[in-house]
Design a binder for this molecule. Structure first.
Ligand code: 6R9
Length: 650
């Protein structure tokens, strides 16, 4: 990249910054050369009931074992609440903005502490114990944050399931982690429309119980007052249970390596994996990255637009900010309701200083027109962030110029559900920016690029992105399936964590993430396995076979392109396409709705029967002049048919 693409660190960004360029270099060197000393020191940023004496005990070889601060004891809710009470009990912890612009709430640290203690007592009184799994299926309301923290208070392990997932997806997650307690709401509210959460939960429980699961209780927050059905004895109203609960609850002493939460995420094969994070290392890493990446200063108003159903919501709405005593804005709604100025209106209304969102939202709002932005002030903004997928330079420049008025640095933060926190990112006072690059590794992170054969690429070049040593926020295992953990992440390149992403490193040592190199799609920043969409499609009685690939999409980043072979005797039709789209929405959820469906009498396969996705991707991308070698196909003629009937309008 030439210098013209560099945005040099502005003097204003350096002035008050927590980390300058020299500090970044010095700390980074120490963090990778002497991780025990470095993390031993930074591990002190949180409060320990029993201090750790060991820091790092990790191995990426053989059976893979990752332990940080292993003899320390702590409690996450204590760190996010109790320890702030003396100094900032009356400071707002959760600044809630409703879907309806007329609704908002301010919850102080003292109030949140009381709510969490009461809810923890409710859970205990209903038999939830340390180590039990609690499923949280909630809208973006303060009670969702309270539910997460209440679990951590008593040592229960939460599994938050995004409210946009279908009953089937929810059921799969309840079954996998054997969760018998669910916290939900009657309905959610998004863009003026009700989301039937309780109804979905009822359906999910019926599916799970057919498979042998048993759900003891469903705790229901009344959000809209909409009509719902009720199972006496099983279902409990949140407000009823809370009314009699005590606001005092001793935080459970947890070992640093006790499980904190499970979060399901898509991979290239099989059903979503339960990513397991543990207590001590995760909290150190989430809070430290939150402070330094967002250059967070006491008193800043901080807003991350993610949903708590994703890892970004866990680390950068809840745990990182609250561990740091921040004011964290929680938004119930969507960027374009009531209109496309909503984000900027909220920024002005609450005087937001730090704003963290996703490229898909930036591109959608860019498409809506500058007037929506420029009619707001945004003078409070100091820093902008991006996460979820590669940000194209055009969107980056628009975000920088129009939203931030060239006053705000942009931190393009690369990380994953598995990494627990941000791994590659600029630090705003220390690292010059290049639009489209996540720039440099965070402290303690050792990236490496390797080629298909596993040879290490030195200096400038492209390859598959691995991380060669552990950091405290790393996932510890796949819940209930450690072999799958080792297989998925440490077997492609022995002794290295393989991220699944492709990446380029330029002459300045900057990292440019190019996207997934496996069969994982990234649709509007949501991760989805092509295998999951395929299995949803083939579960339809008229479908015999399906192959799913991604293709470039202006707003979503990637769209979902499905090749579908019908059962003998079934006729292709526009009606059937609609039926299949509806079927996938029902099976997985609206985020997985196919963008394009092409009926294919045959799929390109090797003689051994393997579907050649490379060819399907090229056709979906409209790039059929570059199909490459098709001579190894069992039946090369199917390719001609696919090209002729390419589905390009819907
Ligand atoms: C935090 C989160 C992880 C995948 C990851 C990569 C993509 C995330 C990115 C990015 C380029 C960034 N990704 N941030 N790609 N630049 N700044 O999104 O977690 O849902 O697990 O997705 O998202 O492909 O592998 P998750």
């Amino acid at each position: 990249m030439s210098d013209t693409h560099i945005h040099r660190t502005k003097p204003e960004w350096k002035e008050n910054a927590l980390i300058d360029a020299q500090t970044y270099e010095a700390w980074y060197q120490e963090s990778v050369e002497n991780p025990d000393a470095f993390w031993g020191q930074h591990g002190q940023r949180i409060d320990w009931f029993k201090p750790f004496t060991k820091v790092k005990n990790t191995s990426f070889d053989g059976n893979v074992s990752i332990k940080w601060f292993e003899d320390g004891e702590l409690n996450v809710s204590y760190n996010c609440l109790d320890r702030h009470l003396e100094k900032r009990g009356d400071q707002v912890a959760i600044l809630w903005e409703g879907d309806n612009p007329a609704e908002d709430r301010k919850i102080t640290y003292r109030e949140l502490h009381a709510e969490v203690c009461k809810l923890a007592n409710v859970l205990k009184s209903r038999g939830v114990k340390k180590g039990d799994r609690v499923t949280i299926y909630m809208p973006m309301i303060p009670e969702a944050v309270a539910a997460m923290l209440a679990c951590t208070r008593i040592g229960a392990v939460h599994s938050v399931v995004f409210g946009g997932f279908s009953p089937d997806s929810l059921a799969g997650r309840i079954i996998d982690c054997k969760s018998d307690f669910i916290i939900t709401a009657d309905q959610g509210l998004r863009g003026g429309r009700a989301v039937p959460l309780k109804e979905n939960a009822d359906k999910a429980i019926a599916i799970a119980e057919k498979a042998g699961a048993k759900v003891k209780n469903v705790l229901v927050v009344k959000r809209t007052g909409g009509e719902i059905s009720w199972a006496d004895g099983r279902d409990l109203w949140y407000h009823d249970e809370m009314a009699g609960a005590s606001a005092e609850c001793e935080p459970e002493r947890m070992n640093a390596e006790d499980p904190l939460f499970i979060l399901y995420t898509s991979g290239s094969t099989g059903s979503p994996k339960g990513v397991l994070h543990t207590t001590g290392g995760y909290l150190v890493f989430a809070s430290m990255t939150h402070q330094y990446v967002f250059d967070y200063h006491d008193g800043d108003i901080y807003w991350c637009t993610a949903d708590v159903g994703w890892v970004t919501g866990h680390s950068y709405i809840v745990y990182g900010p609250l561990a740091n005593g921040a004011t964290s804005l929680v938004f119930e709604g969507v960027p374009n309701y009531p209109d496309s100025s909503r984000f900027w209106q909220i920024i002005d209304k609450h005087q937001v200083n730090i704003f963290y969102t996703a490229p898909t939202a930036i591109r959608a709002l860019m498409g809506a027109g500058d007037e929506y932005v420029t009619k707001s002030s945004r003078k409070s903004l100091r820093l902008l962030g991006s996460v979820g997928e590669p940000i194209n330079p055009e969107a980056w420049e628009w975000y920088y110029r129009v939203v931030g008025e060239e006053r705000c640095a942009i931190v393009d933060t690369w990380w994953q559900t598995e990494t627990g926190g941000i791994l590659i990112t600029p630090l705003p006072g220390a690292i010059d920016l290049k639009p489209g690059s996540a720039t440099k590794p965070f402290f303690g992170v050792k990236p490496q690029l390797v080629d298909g054969e596993g040879s290490v690429i030195e200096g400038a070049g492209s390859g598959n992105l691995c991380i060669i040593d552990s950091w405290p926020g790393q996932m510890r295992t796949v819940y209930g399936d450690h072999d799958r953990f080792v297989q998925t992440y440490f077997s492609t390149y022995k002794g290295k964590y393989f991220t699944g992403d492709g990446c380029r490193r330029d002459e300045d040592g900057y990292y440019w993430i190019t996207g997934r190199v496996d069969d994982v799609l990234n649709v509007s920043g949501h991760r989805m396995g092509t295998a999951e969409v395929e299995s949803a499609l083939v579960s339809h009685p008229k479908v015999s076979e399906a192959a799913v690939v991604g293709y470039p999409h202006d707003v979503k980043g990637q769209g979902i392109y499905c090749y579908v072979t019908l059962m003998a005797g079934e006729a292709p039709s526009e009606e059937l396409k609609k039926e299949l789209v509806a079927h996938v929405r029902k099976e997985i959820g609206p985020i997985a709705a196919p963008d394009k469906i092409q009926f294919a009498p045959g799929l390109p396969k090797t003689r051994s029967g393997k579907i050649m996705r490379r060819i399907l991707r090229k056709i979906a991308e409209d790039n059929y002049t570059a199909l490459g070698d098709t001579s190894t196909l069992a039946d090369p003629a199917v390719v001609n048919d696919l090209v002729e009937n390419r589905q390009n309008r819907r």
